[in-house]
Design a protein around this ligand. Structure first.
Ligand code: PHE
Length: 343
């Protein structure tokens, strides 16, 4: 009887298969519709009954043998492929993980917290006011009537004739005084965002953070102001610091001063941080103008007060040696990650 397939050769080919795809091609070759085996079935009809029985047996055995060999090799290959996959996909759980922590310590928020905490420790309370403010509170009640030339000191974002983005936190002085109905003492710190029509550069921003301080009571003098400023300056820049007051002008304080702290870098000798002057300007301050007290319902014959306004970005830049204010706002993780600490 004619042999259709050399089983030994088939076995050799099957065992040589390297992957399931090759093996499947072989299965199609030997057992598929167009295979020799399948085609030879059609010859059955031409055979004598005895031959047909023998041939049928032969074909069946051949099919069984081929299926057995193919299945066995399939099993082997599947085990090999599984092992390879397990090998490739192994995760080394002993490796360090990536640092996915996204939040960091806010530079400005950190300074605000620090200054407010110092203030709370010496009896200040925290006040707040709206960022969209009325001309009335931002200027007029602060002794800056319409057309006052000092309005130019702060180029303001107006929303309409009356509403504006506050250019300073000083309107919170007015709002706080009004809420006290002419009765002291008043002792507040007000942190908040302010807005000015400045072009952003290394030392200017159209939005920045101020902390306003206001104290009004019966026997307040300029020495009280100086004492409190010295305390803040030392807490912020070190216990060895001294301060000096230079005369200045703000419409809502009289007298007004600009406050310098002795340079923390060179201790007053002169260096590049203090531009060789030994002093660094940190804030504006003064004694509350009697007009401001009067307009807000306080009798300036009985009450006196002092106020100061701290620019938080400036303090942050000095404290951390940041040379460009835009670093504070750019949310660059390389910058922010340097300020990670527990709040
Ligand atoms: N409001 C002033 C400014 O923004 C700062 C200041 C506050 C000055 C309080 C004196 C007293 O420039």
């Amino acid at each position: 009887m004619e042999k259709i397939i050399n089983l030994d050769e088939a076995k050799k080919l099957i065992l040589e298969c390297k992957n399931l795809k090759q093996l499947n091609d072989l299965r199609i070759f030997y057992l598929g519709k167009k295979s020799l085996l399948n085609q030879s079935m059609s010859k059955m009809a031409k055979l004598s009954p005895e031959e047909r029985v023998a041939f049928g047996k032969y074909i069946n055995t051949l099919k069984q043998d081929l299926n057995y060999l193919l299945d066995e090799q399939k099993n082997n290959l599947e085990i090999i492929e599984l092992n390879e996959r397990l090998q490739n996909e192994t995760i080394d759980i002993s490796l360090d993980g990536d640092d996915f922590s996204s939040a960091s310590y806010g530079i400005i928020g950190g300074i605000v917290d620090e200054i407010c905490n110092i203030g709370i420790g010496i009896g200040f309370s925290i006040a707040e006011g709206p960022e969209v403010e009325n001309d009335h509170y931002n200027f007029e009640m602060l002794n800056l009537p319409k057309d006052h030339p000092a309005r130019d000191m702060q180029d303001t974002f107006y929303i309409n004739d009356n509403e504006l983005l506050r250019s300073q936190t000083s309107p919170v002085q007015v709002r706080t005084l009004l809420s006290h109905n002419g009765e002291g003492p008043v002792k507040i710190l007000c942190p908040g965002k302010v807005y000015r029509r400045d072009d952003d550069d290394a030392t200017h921003s159209h939005q920045f953070m101020q902390i306003e301080g206001l104290v009004v009571d019966k026997n307040i003098t300029m020495s009280d102001l100086k004492g409190i400023l010295l305390l803040f300056a030392r807490k912020m820049f070190g216990e060895k610091r001294t301060i000096r007051l230079r005369s200045s002008f703000f419409p809502f304080t009289e007298p007004s001063v600009e406050v310098d702290v002795s340079c923390y870098n060179c201790n007053g000798k002169g260096c590049n941080v203090c531009k060789n002057s030994g002093w660094i300007e940190i804030l504006g301050a003064g004694m509350v103008h009697p007009n401001v007290l009067k307009m807000s319902g306080f009798d300036p014959k009985i009450y006196r007060g002092y106020a100061f306004g701290i620019g938080v970005e400036r303090i942050a830049m000095l404290r951390y040696g940041i040379d460009d204010m835009r670093h504070i706002y750019s949310n660059d993780i390389r910058v922010l990650s340097q300020f990670k600490k527990e709040r």
